[in-house]
Design a protein around this ligand. Structure first.
Ligand SMILES: *[C@@H]1O[C@H](CO)[C@@H](O)[C@H](O)[C@H]1NC(C)=O
Ligand SMILES: *[C@@H]1O[C@H](CO)[C@@H](O)[C@H](O)[C@H]1NC(C)=O
Ligand SMILES: *[C@@H]1O[C@H](CO)[C@@H](O)[C@H](O)[C@H]1NC(C)=O
Ligand SMILES: *[C@@H]1O[C@H](CO)[C@@H](O)[C@H](O)[C@H]1NC(C)=O
Ligand SMILES: *[C@@H]1O[C@H](CO)[C@@H](O)[C@H](O)[C@H]1NC(C)=O
Ligand SMILES: *[C@@H]1O[C@H](CO)[C@@H](O)[C@H](O)[C@H]1NC(C)=O
Ligand SMILES: *[C@@H]1O[C@H](CO)[C@@H](O)[C@H](O)[C@H]1NC(C)=O
Ligand SMILES: *[C@@H]1O[C@H](CO)[C@@H](O)[C@H](O)[C@H]1NC(C)=O
Ligand SMILES: *[C@@H]1O[C@H](CO)[C@@H](O)[C@H](O)[C@H]1NC(C)=O
Length: 578
């Protein structure tokens, strides 16, 4: 995925630390979380923990519920032993968190699917172990590209054309189709589909890209319609281009959702149309500018086109014959890593199809620098550990993790064990990806798997997992969260932490007066039930923040005692002291 982490990506050498904010009353008039919830109380002692622990308890403590798959995920008979179990250290401590009655809505599905994935992974691991002594002829099947030049090979010819995507899509993966609309069915459709589950007979459609062409008799307006489909909820809200309603100015990765020229030409076309029975006054000037109806529409019957649909940070983008035409923001739980095939429907003669920029893992047999990159051992009693950095990553982001291992994870502080770095990764729905990930985890010893499938909406649980790791497994003085597309200046952070009070610290880019999104149509709508207040207390942006151990402990304890509530906030995870 990545993580279309809106909130503000930090790529390259940017230093993450912008604003420092702490609960300590150094800067007198910044509001602390405690003040936020107790506006009328006079605060006598604002130093660190005492403030946080005074916070009132949740009115109604959530209870523990039974969740399908949880028993399986936490059954110790299935846990690997000793060395091999290292990627599961944090996993083992997360059970309580996952069985809360008030957990995030997607948690149950994420757990159920994780149980299936874990079952498959265990079976591959044991099969592979049996083969180990016969010199493992590794099946490296995540490939950088797949193509269907020959329609009889990858594209089957009987109407259910599927180009298989072996290990999902990542940022910058693209699918290019060269084809000719054959005029037979008034258009065609390209669909990115997920994998079929045992309980979901039809795979979800992560992107439905449907092109309607005028047809022989010009009975239809040409239009591109995009949508998603899931077994549980059916079709989502369709997005059309050109859009005859109000122009949609929202952008995805900075690109327009619908090419303006397309919209404009569609308007002209309506006012000029000779084919439609609609009676509208015409303007001579417009007629002169556009003497060919639909000349701006990128697809035409009988004309060859090259369409590339690529995965950005925030959505899919389509470029047709070299021009950007449409963008479609990812929808919840329908993320690019889930794509397992491309399906083509309708009247289209395909010349070729090519998927590239697909995720590939390193060939561990060929890695020369494995020993230099492998995480140093950290004893759980280590007094040296100053900072634990938890990096959010997802299963098929193999390359990003390697880039981190070969760049900022080589800081002396990391190599010597003063700073520990661990990737927090949920299970993938593709068993090949999970197996590659498992091998990577064993080789580099820096991966923590999560007992749920990596849906974006479950990221908050990873935040808590990092706190668990930094307090119970590798007690560290400070705990930091970052993403796998950030460069962390470990040296700078260690220097600045030296001058900070080691208690009650929240350090990073802190928003001091943001407000909940109350527009019901907005993707990030927060209902008054979820968040009754008019604004949020200070919170830190996702790409990088540091908390001190006392706060991490408070968070972990709060979850064990079920006094803390989790809400999912726009592109970031927010732990609410409620
Ligand atoms: C404030 O709280 C801290 C920690 O609990 C304590 O050490 C300190 O004495 C308190 N200060 C005052 C003025 O109460
Ligand atoms: C764990 O799995 C074993 C073997 O399938 C089963 O006998 C046992 O009851 C399971 N334990 C729990 C706690 O579910
Ligand atoms: C994976 O690779 C192995 C060996 O190269 C091959 O036998 C197998 O069919 C491949 N699997 C897929 C799904 O392509
Ligand atoms: C296309 O497929 C046919 C049989 O399926 C094969 O004989 C031919 O060599 C293939 N052509 C290319 C270019 O791959
Ligand atoms: C694709 O398949 C169709 C029908 O199976 C066939 O007529 C056509 O020649 C094929 N095209 C290519 C490029 O192989
Ligand atoms: C298409 O062909 C494949 C095998 O060639 C078959 O399994 C599948 O059922 C067929 N689909 C349809 C819709 O006929
Ligand atoms: C198009 O027009 C022809 C003749 O007017 C008619 O026979 C045909 O059915 C029409 N096709 C469609 C799709 O309406
Ligand atoms: C065009 O539409 C208007 C109102 O919609 C109507 O008054 C007028 O008679 C129509 N003209 C023709 C030529 O149909
Ligand atoms: C035609 O052009 C005139 C001036 O150029 C403009 O005021 C009018 O709104 C236009 N009408 C249409 C239907 O576009």
């Amino acid at each position: 995925m990545k993580k279309w982490t809106g909130g503000g990506l930090i790529i390259g050498l940017a230093c993450i630390l912008l604003v420092s904010y702490s609960f300590i009353q150094k800067q007198p008039r910044k509001q602390s979380s405690y003040e936020f919830f107790h506006p009328n109380e006079e605060i006598a002692n604002l130093s660190g923990v005492s403030v946080v622990t005074k916070v009132e308890k949740l009115q109604k403590r959530p209870h523990l519920v039974k969740v399908n798959g949880l028993d399986y995920l936490f059954n110790s008979t299935y846990m690997p032993k000793e060395e091999e179990a290292k990627p599961l250290l944090a996993w083992g401590q997360m059970r309580l968190l996952l069985s809360r009655s008030d957990s995030l809505p997607e948690t149950a599905q994420g757990i159920k699917e994780a149980a299936l994935a874990w079952k498959e992974l265990r079976s591959i691991i044991s099969k592979n172990r049996a083969l180990k002594f016969v010199r493992n002829k590794n099946e490296r099947n995540c490939s950088y590209s797949v193509s269907g030049v020959n329609n009889s090979t990858l594209f089957s010819s009987n109407g259910s054309n599927i180009l298989e995507i072996p290990c999902g899509l990542i940022h910058d993966s693209s699918i290019t189709i060269i084809a000719i609309p054959d005029g037979k069915q008034d258009g065609f459709g390209i669909e990115f589909v997920g994998s079929e589950g045992k309980e979901e007979p039809n795979p979800p459609v992560i992107l439905h890209y449907n092109v309607v062409l005028p047809g022989d008799n010009f009975t239809k307006d040409p239009v591109i319609a995009q949508n998603t489909w899931t077994y549980d909820f059916g079709w989502g809200k369709e997005e059309r281009c050109p859009n005859h309603g109000s122009p949609n100015n929202a952008k995805v990765d900075g690109l327009v959702k619908c090419n303006e020229q397309l919209t404009r030409s569609a308007m002209d076309e309506n006012s000029n149309s000779k084919h439609l029975s609609v009676n509208k006054s015409t303007n001579a000037s417009d007629v002169n500018n556009h003497n060919h109806v639909g000349s701006n529409f990128p697809f035409m019957d009988g004309s060859l086109f090259t369409a590339t649909i690529w995965a950005g940070e925030e959505g899919f983008h389509a470029t047709v014959n070299g021009r950007h035409e449409t963008s479609f923001a990812y929808r919840e739980k329908l993320e690019p890593w889930l794509v397992s095939g491309v399906r083509v429907k309708g009247g289209l003669h395909i010349i070729s199809a090519l998927a590239k920029g697909l995720p590939v893992s390193e060939n561990l047999d060929m890695a020369m620098d494995l020993e230099d990159l492998k995480a140093p051992l950290i004893s759980n009693k280590s007094k040296r550990l100053v900072l634990l950095i938890g990096v959010f990553s997802s299963g098929n982001n193999f390359e990003r993790r390697m880039a981190l291992r070969r760049s900022w994870m080589k800081y002396e502080a990391v190599r010597s064990g003063v700073v520990a770095v661990r990737f927090f990764i949920g299970l993938h729905k593709n068993k090949q990806v999970n197996f590659e990930l498992w091998k990577e985890a064993q080789a580099y010893q820096d991966v923590q798997l999560m007992p749920f499938v990596d849906y974006y909406s479950l990221l908050t649980l990873k935040t808590i997992a990092i706190c668990i790791m930094g307090t119970k497994i590798f007690p560290a003085k400070y705990i930091m969260k970052t993403d796998d597309d950030a460069f962390v200046r470990v040296d700078e952070i260690l220097i600045s932490l030296k001058s900070k009070n080691p208690d009650g610290l929240l350090y990073g880019m802190v928003s001091l007066d943001s407000k909940p999104q109350r527009d019901k149509d907005n993707k990030w709508y927060i209902s008054p039930e979820e968040w009754p207040h008019e604004s949020y207390p200070p919170w830190a942006h996702g790409p990088g923040y540091v908390i001190s151990r006392d706060i991490a402990k408070f968070i972990v304890r709060g979850h064990q005692e079920r006094n803390l509530k989790v809400i999912f906030l726009q592109f970031s995870s927010l732990l609410m002291i409620y």
